[in-house]
Design a protein around this ligand. Structure first.
Ligand code: URA
Length: 438
């Protein structure tokens, strides 16, 4: 077999065999195939696409490139939840304790943020003392004792994806259904849970810009998960505007605490309750998804979700007092407000621009090695559908560096569209694939 022949075959739109795909993925992971040839191969996939069988094979090869975790030492049906990436998406911090409160074991491994989208591990690390890397034995013990542990993904899970994703990120080859499917599902299938709940984002701040593309991605991922014997479901949700009002690490932890106290923004509260409800049903603790959603709402209303958050924070060395006193979480000292230039209604709030502006405040990284400022980010004061008067504060930016904050403010300002005509709030949940919720 020959690398160039395989690249040429894909360039010419041919269907590849499992052996050819394995040759490329395994060769690249070992370091035998250089970045320039793999980039060319990935671009050929983006331009010519892959058939279903090729995508299934690619996922299997990437999953088996590293360890496949065995969670059988943890009792119960383990359910994992994964978002395809977005801005202000802190649902993992909320749904995990809500599901754990009903006895669904949550043994979750998450990633860091890259580019304009955030990552759960960075958010958790904004809690003083919280350890996202703990010995495996402690991870299992915490899930068995507290019902929940949230850690960073270990290097041994799907190493092929780690290497390929880093290359895709800098070669314009992220937005492809087969590549996204194999990247996400290889990691999820290797993480060992029994069920996988996917939150597939669509809109300006998501990889999939239209509902149609998001549904196609969701259906492919659900099919691959089910074929591997996992109960896999997907929810298609809006990412045209950010989720909730907080964007940036400690700001998002504060908002997650607010949601668990019953004081959070409506959109993120509703989505979290639905996702947690589906997890409760998938974990066998409710007879239907609808009952699961009711139970998730109960755990939020009676404070059990909040108590679970304290437990998992303390279990991993974090300061549980942040839950009662969120002001203990870092907040960068410099602030800048953006004001409405005219009376009207917010008719657009571009999630991607807000994500990029948040990254510019210091909350995100451009390269994997970059340090981040946990106290930086953006707090939105108005969202789509809100009426505003000239001079009203639209959002506050937090950061340490005045120049960066000014640049971020310019970008954030462009994210808002204010029109004279009244606008309606956006629909948050488009579809559920694999389970009725109402
Ligand atoms: N998230 C991933 O892990 N991989 C992708 O390709 C896109 C989003």
């Amino acid at each position: 077999m020959n690398t160039v022949d395989i690249i040429v075959a894909k360039r010419d739109g041919k269907k590849l065999t499992e052996k050819q795909i394995a040759y490329m993925v395994e060769g690249y992971t070992r370091g035998d195939i250089p970045d320039y040839q793999m980039s060319s191969f990935l671009m050929a996939i983006c331009l010519k696409g892959m058939e279903r069988e090729e995508t299934v094979a690619l996922t299997r090869i990437m999953k088996n490139s590293g360890d496949v975790v065995d969670l059988s030492a943890i009792d119960g049906i383990k359910v994992d939840k994964h978002s395809t990436g977005g801005v202000g998406d802190k649902t993992t911090l909320i749904v995990s304790p809500l599901a754990a409160a009903w006895g669904v074991p949550v043994a979750k491994m998450s990633g860091r943020g890259l580019g304009f989208t955030g990552g759960t591990v960075d958010k958790l690390e904004s809690i003083p003392g919280y350890q996202t890397t703990i010995p495996e034995e402690k991870f299992f013990r915490l899930v068995n004792e507290n019902g929940i542990a949230l850690i960073g993904q270990t290097a041994s899970i799907a190493p092929a994806d780690k290497k390929i994703y880093a290359l895709r990120d800098v070669t314009g080859t992220v937005e492809n259904l087969s590549l996204i499917t194999s990247s996400i599902m290889s990691k999820k299938l290797a993480s060992g849970s029994d069920g996988i709940l996917l939150d597939v984002k669509c809109g300006r701040g998501a990889f999939m810009k239209t509902e149609e593309d998001a549904v196609a991605l969701a259906e492919m991922m659900v099919e691959i998960g089910c074929a591997d014997g996992k109960d896999t479901r997907a929810v298609i949700t809006d990412m045209d505007q950010p989720l909730g009002c907080a964007v940036g690490n400690s700001l998002e932890v504060r908002e997650a605490i607010d949601v668990l106290k019953g004081n959070g923004p409506e959109d993120i509260t509703r989505l979290s309750v639905i996702l947690a409800g589906l997890m409760i049903h998938m974990g066998g603790k409710a007879n239907s998804a609808k009952e699961g959603v009711e139970k998730a709402q109960q755990a939020l209303d009676d404070g059990r979700g909040l108590e679970k958050m304290k437990e998992f924070v303390a279990g991993q060395g974090g300061d549980p007092a942040v839950v009662d006193e969120p002001e203990r979480l870092a907040l960068s000292e410099k602030q800048l407000e953006i004001k409405a230039a005219a009376d009207g209604y917010v008719s657009g709030l571009d999630a991607m621009l807000i994500g990029q502006a948040s990254q510019e405040t210091g909350a995100g990284r451009e390269k994997k090695e970059d340090d981040i400022d946990h106290g930086a980010g953006i707090l939105l004061k108005h969202k789509i559908g809100d009426a505003v008067s000239k001079g009203d504060c639209l959002c506050i930016l937090y950061g340490k560096d005045e120049k960066k904050l000014q640049a971020a403010a310019k970008r954030a300002e462009k994210a808002f569209t204010i029109t004279k005509e009244e606008t309606q709030p956006r629909k948050l949940i488009h579809q559920v694939i694999g389970g009725e919720i109402e």
